[in-house]
Design a protein around this ligand. Sequence first.
Ligand SMILES: [Zn+2]
Length: 315
Amino acid sequence: MCSTPSIGDHLDHVAVVGGTHGNELSGVYLVKHWLQDPSELQRATFTATPFLANPKATKHCMRYVSQDLNRSFTRTFLTFKGTQAGPYEVRRAQEINQLFGPRGTADAFDFIFDLHNTTSNMMACLISDSEENIFTMHMCHYIQKHTEGPCPIYLYGCPGQENFALMSVAKNGLGLELGPQPHGVLRADVLSHVRALLAHGLDFIDLFNQGTSLPAFDIVAYKIIEPVDFPRSPGGELLGFVHPQLQDKDFLPLKPGDPIFQLFSGEEIFYEGDTTIYPAFINEAAYYEKGTAFFKMKKCTFSIPPLEAPTASAP
Ligand SMILES: [Zn+2]
């Protein structure tokens, strides 16, 4: 998990990362643009650093070359020796951990924004590890208040599970997961949306750095329960696909007995759980190989405590 946010500290070191997945083009092209002209990333109290995370995959417009970079930040991979022979993304994860971490140390960057796209109808999804990440939850609240349309909060951390994501090398982080957009494609509406969300996030850090304290609030967020795979043959071949009534219904209630899959034979498969869940990442292209047709999510309301402004400005 991310280390507990160092509330009370001025945030000086902020990175904006694109191309963690090389075929998610909003972040890829925005970061390429900001590397030429970073003025959009400047605020009164800091300037964020743009960074292209997986240049090799980006060059080939692929999600990754050897393995998923955004699953390569586990302790095992970060301490993996024999780097010459290791998979490209493992070496890259170690480089990124040196640049923006090392994770869990005082030298680590204060905040990383990681820009992603999804083929799922996730809208302007805000991704964090846990509701215990108070600073990020305040940022999500701020972004929601300043954005038209839904910005659901997706919490991916599971108790006891080690954090594997790129943004975990910093002290705090937020993933911006915009969709639906096909991988390898730029859409104007999605591009402008991610830009606006990021601007609000940068504004929030600036506001905090300038000494603004924020009150407590209650907020709705969705917490991961478990992935659900497609219906498959014993050999792993797909036997069906996401049911048309479930397609594009990310973060909407799915009740026991609702259809979730349709087999090629025409037969329907129904959700057999005993409680209403809220699916997310429905029919994400990159998750076919991970055995995930969608994630079951729990809708929760959290009481987030106040956020005190930095006690002393440390420019
Ligand atoms: Zn991604």
